[in-house]
Design a protein around this ligand. Sequence first.
Ligand SMILES: *Cc1c(COP(=O)(O)O)cnc(C)c1O
Length: 455
Amino acid sequence: MSTQHKFLLDESKLPKAWYNINADMPVPPQPVLHPGTMEPVTPDFLGVLFPMNIIMQEISPERWIEIPEPVRDVYKLWRPTPMFRAVRLEKALDTPAHIYYKYEGVSPVGSHKPNTAVAQAFFNKEAGTKALTTETGAGQWGSALAMACNFFGIDLEIYMVKVSYHQKPYRRIIMQNFGAEVYASPTDRTQYGRAVLAQTPDSPGSLGMAISEAVEVAATSNGAKKYSLGSVLGHVLMHQTVIGLEALEQMDMAGEYPDVVIGCAGGGSNFAGFAYPFVWKNLTDGKRAKIVAVEPASCPTLTKGKYTFDYGDTAAMAPIVKMHTLGHTFIPPGIHAGGLRYHGMAPSVSALVDHGDIEARAVKQLETFDAAVKFSRAEGIIPAPESAHAVCVAMQEALKCKETGEKKVIAFNLSGHGHFDMMAYDAYHNGKLEDYEYPVEMVNEAMTHLPKVSM
Ligand SMILES: *Cc1c(COP(=O)(O)O)cnc(C)c1O
């Protein structure tokens, strides 16, 4: 086993610009619509929630957007991240395929999320923002933004899905360590939260509800607070492209180029961050890597959702965008990959799936944990339940190669470690994890609440 299996980049190779796929999209962008009027939004409307420098990134047609030095300085705490060839996993699977993975779990909070949290905190600081609001599911995003806001001296108010607030206290405590205020959503701090509680006093909350609360607080703060989102939006995906840009260099070091590029997709940010630089090569450089986005079968946004206009949040206060959606009122079952339970998808990912540039695949909870445990036994890293979806499809692809004898190169993004998800692994080992059926009636019901848009 003397094969080189670890590809490290020097700090000087940390990317100096993010890749903006707007420049290369094969289909024109769809308008973002106002949730009230259903007319295309103006920068003024978005300006209530986001600072202008971030709005300009969101709509920029430039292929490369410079990464400011203060952001690169913070990135250097953990970037460039390592890329590994999973030689022990290849051996365990007895496959002729070569499997590579990029590991984002080395960040201080254990996932890819600080790549955008740090950038968003910096641009807000530059724009004079004193306080941010955000939502978080199990706390990966909240802990990343709490760290970033702390670095740049911005106050942070976090609406955390209630069931996670109580059942998964460790990340909440990390957020509080970094100085953030954390509230169990639905709360009585917002009009929306009070309305939910009046109807369902014991509501466990959902990501869509928490988004509605965080958006309401920022929108009604008379400019005192801005809002920050950890996925879905174009600028968020763009900030994540440091992952794939580094990976391109690392594949070069390995002297190989991937035939298959894989990432798990909740809102689409780690997937896009890893895959878009390879999509860029497909679109502009004659490369032909197969690009695969993996989602849970219980929240099958890309594989079973509809590509249409829908609200970004449950309360129908956030902008309407064209994306694959299960309906904004859809509340997904409580699977352990909390980060993959969003009803929608990043519009650019949806557009590329619709156009055939990206493939989508859904996998079931039990097979993802089977894969994650096999992976950790071979490679020593315990994947986050979200990342386990990418691991699962990488292993499926490698096993296909075993059947066909093909020596494909498979690369996937390991978006984070699972050290705060050990109760999920415990449930797996005790035979308590279930596969959730695709709740077709719930989705059909949610589809009746789509906004009536005439585009
Ligand atoms: C949040 C999270 C995800 C899902 O979010 P995306 O925006 O789709 O990347 C995936 N993996 C990990 C480890 C996460 O924390």
